[in-house]
Design a protein around this ligand. Structure first.
Ligand SMILES: Cc1cc2nc3c(=O)[nH]c(=O)nc-3n(C[C@H](O)[C@H](O)[C@H](O)COP(=O)(O)OP(=O)(O)OC[C@H]3O[C@@H](n4cnc5c(N)ncnc54)[C@H](O)[C@@H]3O)c2cc1C
Length: 519
C-alpha cells in the first residue's frame, strides 16, 4: 500500500512539472514575440527614482518583482551577499539528499534586464546612501554609485572596490533572520553565504555527516526540528533520532490536530520524542537538561533560537549613541538610526503598518485623509517587528513585499508630480489583504514528514497525509518558479493568494490569535 502511494505521488509530480514547464515555454514564446514588437517604439527615458532593496529572498524578491513592472519610473538595485537564492522551506531535504538542492537553490542571474545586482554586505545606512562591502571578486558598476578602492599595498591591484556607496530615494531592508546552524543559515561573511557552489557543497557535507552518524539529537520541536527529524528518519530509518522539546507537545504554534498527528508519526518510526524537557546546556555532541539528564549523540542539531539580521542597523545606532556620549568624537548627522527605539527587545526592527521604519518617521494627516510621510526607509519580512506579532513565515514576508512595492510606487509618483507632491495614500498591513483592520492574516502552513506524508493547515482546517505532502511539493515547485521571476509561477501565485485571502475573509476565518505568536 505504502509503495503504491509513493508511486502515485511521484507520477502526479512528474505530470504536473511537465505541465508547468510547457506553460512556461508557451508564455516565453508569446512574450518574446510581443517584446520584439514593442522594442520598435522605445519609450523616452525618464528621471527615474532609485530603489535599493537589501536582501533578495522572499520579502525582497516579492517587492522587486512588483516594482519591476514599473521600470519606466523606477530603477531597482538588489544588494545581497549571496550570488544564489533558495526556497528555504525545502532545504532540510537536502540535508539527507544533497542532490535535492538542485531543485530549490538557484544562482542569481547577473544579466537580468530589470533590476541591477550588487553582491555584497550592507554595512551602513545613511540618509540618502547605503554603504556596501562588496564580496571578493565582485566588480560590477552601478549607475550613480561611488567606489572607494582598496589601497595597492594591501595585496590588491588597486582596482578592487573596498566599499560601494549606493544612492537611493527609497530603501527596502529585507535582511531576514538567521538560525544557529550554519547549514540552515550560512553565516554572513562566509564563502558558503556568498558562493552558489559552496552552498551546494555545504549540503553534501551535511549529508555525509548524517550518513556517518549512528545517533542524532534534534533540539527543538518546532517546524524546523520536526521536518529535519522526519527527513532523517525517512531517509535513514536505522539511525537513532531523538527530539528534545521544551513544551508539552510538538509544533505548539500550530493546531493540536497537526501536533498529535506528527507525534504519532514519529512514535510509529521509533523516533524518541522527549516533551517537557528544558535544556541547561548543549554542545556539538551532547546536551544536559535542567533535571541533570545527559544525552549524547554523534550529531546534535540546534533547531531553535532564530535571530534578526539587523546588526548593521543597530551598529549604526551604537556608533551614534557612543558619539553623543563623547563630546570629542564626530557625530555623523547622516546616520538615520539615532535611538534605541529602532528595534524591539529581540532585535527586530520596529515598523509601522505601512512598513516604514518607525524611527525618524514624521507623518502628517492631510485634510482629505491622505498621509504625508517623510520616511523613505521600509523594513519587511522576518527582520521586521510589526504590531500583529505574527509568526516569521515566508508567506507573510512576501505579503510585506507587495505592500511596500505599492507604497514606494505611490510615493515615487507623488514626488515626481509637479502639483501633488505631498498627496498620496499609503497602504496599511494587514488591512490591504483582510479589508478590516481588526482581522488577522490567514494562518497557512505545511509541515512535511519526509517525501510522502505531511500536515497542512489553513486557519482552523487541518489536512494530514499524502495529499498534504503533494500540496507542499506543488507549493515548492511553483514558488521556486515565482522566485526566479517566471511568469507561470507569478500567475499561479496571483490566483493562489487571491483565493486564500478570499476564503480567509469569507469562508474560513483565522482562528483565535493563540497560534499567531512569534517563534
Ligand atoms: C528550515 C526552515 C524551514 C521553513 N519552512 C517554512 C515554511 O514551510 N513555510 C513558511 O512560510 N516559512 C518557512 N520558514 C520561514 C521562512 O523561510 C522565512 O520566514 C523567510 O525566509 C523570511 O524571508 P525574508 O525575505 O524576510 O528573509 P530571509 O529569507 O532570511 O533572507 C534574507 C536575505 O537577506 C540577505 N542579507 C542579510 N543580511 C544582509 C546584509 N547585511 N547585506 C546584504 N544581504 C543581506 C541574505 O543573504 C538573504 O538572502 C522556514 C525557515 C527555515 C529556516
Amino acid at each position: 500500500m505504502q509503495w503504491l502511494v509513493c508511486l502515485g505521488l511521484s507520477f502526479i509530480k512528474s505530470i504536473l512539472s511537465l505541465i508547468f514547464h510547457v506553460l512556461q515555454v508557451f508564455h516565453d514564446s508569446i512574450t518574446t514575440f510581443f517584446t520584439n514588437q514593442r522594442q520598435r517604439h522605445p519609450k523616452t527615458p525618464k528621471n527615474k527614482k532609485k530603489v535599493v532593496v537589501i536582501g533578495g529572498s522572499f520579502a525582497g524578491l516579492s517587492a522587486i518583482h512588483k516594482l519591476n513592472h514599473y521600470s519606466d519610473e523606477l530603477e531597482v538595485t538588489l544588494v545581497d551577499c549571496r550570488d544564489w537564492f533558495e526556497y528555504i522551506p525545502g532545504i532540510l531535504r537536502a540535508f539527507v539528499d544533497a542532490s535535492y538542492a538542485s531543485n530549490i537553490v538557484r544562482k542569481r542571474s547577473t544579466t537580468t534586464t530589470t533590476e541591477s545586482f550588487v553582491q555584497g554586505i550592507a554595512k551602513q545606512i545613511e540618509r540618502n546612501n547605503i554603504i556596501v562591502s562588496p564580496t571578493i571578486g565582485y566588480n560590477g558598476n552601478i549607475h550613480g554609485s561611488r567606489r572607494r578602492t582598496k589601497a595597492k599595498e594591501n595585496g590588491s591591484d588597486g582596482n578592487e572596490p573596498e566599499t560601494i556607496t549606493l544612492p537611493y530615494d527609497y530603501l527596502v531592508v529585507a535582511t531576514g533572520s538567521k538560525h544557529k546552524h550554519p547549514t540552515i543559515t550560512p553565516s554572513i561573511g562566509s564563502t558558503t553565504a556568498e558562493n552558489y557552489k559552496d552552498r551546494l557543497r555545504a549540503f553534501e557535507n551535511e549529508e555525509q555527516r548524517i550518513r556517518s552518524a549512528k545517533s542524532i539529537i534534534i533540539l527543538g520541536g518546532g517546524p524546523v526540528g520536526v521536518e529535519l527529524a522526519a527527513e532523517i528518519s525517512c531517509h535513514f530509518p536505522s539511525k537513532a533520532v531523538t527530539i528534545i522539546q521544551r513544551s508539552d507537545r510538538l509544533l505548539p504554534s500550530f493546531p493540536n490536530e497537526t501536533g498529535i498527528y506528527v507525534e504519532q508519526w514519529f512514535r510509529q518510526r521509533n523516533v524518541c520524542v522527549l516533551l517537557n524537557t528544558t535544556l541547561s546546556s548543549h554542545n556539538e555532541r551532547q546536551c544536559i537538561t535542567t533535571s541533570g539528564d545527559v544525552y549524547t549523540a554523534d550529531v546534535v542539531y540546534v533547531c531553535f533560537g532564530m535571530k534578526p539580521n539587523s546588526d548593521f542597523m543597530v551598529a549604526n545606532m551604537n556608533k551614534t549613541t557612543a558619539a553623543t556620549n563623547d563630546d570629542t568624537s564626530n557625530n555623523s548627522d547622516n546616520d538615520i538610526t539615532q535611538k534605541n527605539s529602532i528595534v524591539d527587545p529581540n532585535g527586530f526592527i520596529l515598523v509601522k503598518d505601512t512598513f516604514e521604519i518607525k524611527e525618524n518617521c514624521t507623518e502628517e494627516k492631510n485634510i482629505d485623509g491622505t498621509v504625508t510621510s517623510a520616511n523613505s526607509i521600509f523594513v519587511v519580512g522576518d527582520v521586521a517587528s510589526h504590531s500583529s506579532n505574527e509568526m516569521k513565515q515566508a508567506y507573510y514576508a512576501e505579503a510585506h513585499g507587495h505592500v511596500v512595492a505599492k507604497n514606494i510606487l505611490a510615493m515615487a509618483r507623488a514626488s515626481s508630480s509637479t502639483t501633488n507632491k505631498n498627496n498620496f495614500f499609503l497602504e496599511s498591513y494587514p488591512e490591504i489583504f483582510t479589508h478590516d483592520k481588526s482581522n488577522e492574516m490567514p494562518l497557512v502552513y505545511t509541515v512535511s514528514l519526509g517525501r510522502y506524508d505531511g500536515s497542512l493547515g489553513f486557519n482552523g482546517f487541518v489536512l494530514n497525509g499524502p495529499i498534504a505532502s503533494l500540496l507542499k511539493w506543488i507549493i515548492e515547485y511553483t514558488k521556486v518558479m515565482q522566485m526566479e521571476g517566471k511568469a507561470v509561477g507569478e500567475y499561479i501565485w496571483w490566483i493562489g493568494d487571491t483565493v486564500t485571502l478570499w476564503m480567509s475573509r469569507n469562508i474560513l476565518p483565522p482562528p483565535s490569535s493563540t497560534y499567531q505568536t512569534k517563534n
